[in-house]
Design a protein around this ligand. Structure first.
Ligand code: GRF
Length: 224
């Protein structure tokens, strides 16, 4: 049976789009029960509606505390039938109220290789720092921001002095690959967590070996 998920967004929803498309293509075995945004003008809501996926908007500004906001979110998502929650560009910190409602079933995508550059502008912070490699991380959510156990990461090169938006786009392209992959592993119950470590059942370790050398940037020259 497909895993019933809800997707939380705050903006464009391109990660949501990648989840929808992989589901339509029957690569990802989930049933997207609801898309919830804390912003009424989030473009991602339109993307969901285009596929007939139920949507909800819940403004955190209408609540006195994070806990009250989370309580209402939980009610809406449970009513929709969600068993797991995917935070795809959702720019809010959640409380134990939310965590305890979906234990071990909340994951988040962050546009940096954690634990480097947590926070609201991972790509901009990495770019300003002058990293040669940037990237993105999908992780389980815990009570601290951008902190839970890491499921999958992707690295991309960064180039000195490049437009920050170019780096953002390069990272986003990888987000669109690793988020659906992580969700599929969750849907197939292939992830187990021991402390900070996430173990993937039936991981294709041989496949990893075929990648050859690790990603190095700038590229190594002949002889190194
Ligand atoms: C992504 O970079 C995500 O990692 C970050 O916000 C961006 C949202 O993009 N937290 P989108 O809404 O999925 O297009």
């Amino acid at each position: 049976m497909s895993l019933a998920i809800a997707v939380l967004i705050s903006g464009s929803g391109s990660n949501l789009q990648s989840l929808i498309e992989k589901t339509e293509d029957e690569i990802l075995d989930v049933d997207i029960k609801m898309v919830l945004s804390n912003k009424a003008d989030a473009y991602g809501l339109k993307r969901a509606q285009a596929y007939g996926i139920p949507t909800a908007t819940l403004s955190h500004k209408d609540f006195d505390s994070r806990e009250e906001f989370d309580t209402e979110m939980v009610r809406i998502l449970k009513d929709a039938g969600a068993e797991a929650v995917i935070m795809a560009g959702f720019m809010r910190i959640i409380t134990p109220v939310f965590l305890n409602a979906f234990p071990g079933k909340i994951i988040n995508i962050h546009p940096a290789i954690l634990p480097s550059f947590p926070g609201v502008d991972g790509q901009g912070d990495a770019s300003k720092y002058g990293v040669q490699l940037a990237g993105c991380t999908v992780h389980f959510v815990d009570e601290k921001m951008d902190h839970g156990a890491v499921i999958i990461q992707a690295a991309v090169p960064a180039y000195p002095g490049e437009d920050e938006d170019d780096l953002r786009k390069r990272i986003l392209k990888q987000e669109h690959r690793i988020l659906p992959q992580a969700v599929q592993w969750l849907a197939k119950d292939r992830l187990s967590v021991e402390g900070r470590f996430v173990k993937l059942a039936e991981a294709d370790v041989e496949m990893a070996k075929t990648y050859g050398v690790s990603l190095v940037n700038p590229p190594l020259e002949k002889g190194f």
